[in-house]
Design a binder for this molecule. Structure first.
Ligand SMILES: [Zn+2]
Ligand SMILES: [Zn+2]
Length: 411
């Protein structure tokens, strides 16, 4: 699906600001290490507040009409992170008081490894360009820096305010389109701690097991900052199209009163057959001239080869991460064991929610699942969004007229 999308997704720039270059560099490295942090499917931002959100919050969003309402929006937005270091100093005023000020705030290269910082000014050049509205009308929805996440040694409210003033000065040329300005936020300590410093001290007192747990839960340390930065990015993207998202949500609320969602996915075991709604069996006739794939259990044709993602994803683009290791090392791992469908088919009920299971429209057997935020194929490649049907769930049916002809043009 990703590849079939004609226009390039826009990029939202997010500054990661801290006092310690190495720490900022580490955060950005962690963000880059996870494809899920490098782009956001806009659909996942519907029905979320501007606060941080989890997939569970959005699990019940129906998407059958989402594209109609959100049609002006790109399917996804890429996020580019800019590691920045803020340096503060103080001088004594005539009354003997100390006045703290921001000496400089500089960009340290894409990975934060540049020892000498550079000016952020060039990043704001496109604000002026955007305001003159180049004739093609294809202006960047995210000029300048859209969001600033502060942490890594900076947590004082006044320092955050100084950083806010800095970015405001950079972008003052244009915050006029009513879409809201740059979002800025500073990572906060978990209760009951009064400061990140205090939180870090408590962290050091934990046992090794507790520490490991806190790290993997993202409640402490770098992962916490990583999640924070990503949430700030989501808020900036959501803010950009707040009106459209609100419109969709109002429609959703109205719809919800009419539609009864019969299935609570979580309460059903993997292969359980669920009672079907009559409108589920929406007529869908995969092209019989092509190779078709049928439900293994009831032989209903579910899709044809022209409904698969095209071009197919490149195999084994990404390594499996630690948590994937338990999948095993059978022959299945490493080769593609899934079909990816280009877009929701009529029998998929519009793929409601961020992710969910796919059931055969006739016999209701689980045949696959979908995730608008993407999923990893057995070969290792992330496919975003993913409407995924394991090869094992379907039988291939060759066109009756050409039993002996090689027809597999799509794989
Ligand atoms: Zn694959
Ligand atoms: Zn079936």
């Amino acid at each position: 699906m990703e590849a079939s999308c004609g226009s390039k997704p826009p990029t939202c720039r997010v500054a990661v600001v801290g006092a310690h270059r190495q720490r900022v560099a580490k955060i950005v490295a962690l963000l880059r290490d996870n494809e899920l942090r490098e782009s956001i499917a806009t659909i996942t931002l519907a029905c979320t507040t501007t606060q941080s959100s989890t997939a569970a919050d959005t699990a019940a969003v129906p998407t059958d009409n989402i594209h109609a309402v959100l049609k002006g929006l790109p399917v996804k937005v890429n996020i580019e992170y800019f590691p920045c270091i803020a340096t503060f100093d103080a001088y004594d005023d005539e009354c003997g008081g100390s006045v703290r000020y921001l000496v400089k705030l500089e960009y340290h290269g894409p990975s934060g490894t540049l020892v000498r910082g550079k000016s952020l000014a060039p990043l704001f050049d496109d604000i002026n360009r955007a305001s003159t509205d180049d004739d093609d009308g294809d202006k960047n929805p995210f000029p300048g820096i859209s969001a600033v996440a502060v942490g890594c040694g900076i947590e004082d409210d006044d320092d955050v305010e100084r950083i806010r003033c800095f970015f405001e000065a950079c972008s003052s040329a244009n915050i006029s389109d009513g879409r809201g300005g740059t979002i800025i936020g500073c990572v906060k300590p978990n209760p009951p701690y009064a400061s990140i410093k205090e939180e870090n001290e408590a962290f050091r007192r934990l046992s090794e097991n507790e520490r490991e747990e806190a790290i993997s839960n993202g409640t402490f340390g770098p992962k916490k900052m990583v999640n924070f930065v990503h949430d700030i990015a989501k808020r900036a993207i959501r803010q950009r199209w707040e009106k459209e998202f609100k419109e969709f949500e109002e429609m959703f609320v109205r719809k919800e009163r009419l539609i009864h969602f019969a299935t609570d996915e979580a309460s059903f075991a993997d292969d359980v057959t669920i009672p079907g709604k009559s409108q589920c069996t929406l007529e869908h006739a995969p092209n019989p001239q092509l190779v078709r794939y049928a439900c293994k259990r009831c032989r209903t044709a579910l899709f044809a080869e022209d409904e698969l993602e095209y071009p197919p994803h490149c195999q084994s683009l990404h390594n499996f991460r630690r948590k994937m290791h338990k999948v095993g090392h059978g022959s299945a791992v490493g080769s593609c064991q899934n079909h990816f469908i280009a877009q929701p088919l009529p029998w998929m009920d519009g793929c409601p929610g961020v992710e969910g299971k796919l059931h055969c429209p006739k016999c209701r057997t689980k045949v696959g699942h979908y995730s608008w935020t993407g999923a990893q194929c057995s070969c290792g490649t992330w496919v975003t969004p993913a409407i995924m049907i394991p090869l094992s769930k379907v039988d291939e049916m060759r066109p009756a007229s050409s039993q002996n002809v090689m027809v597999s043009t799509y794989h």
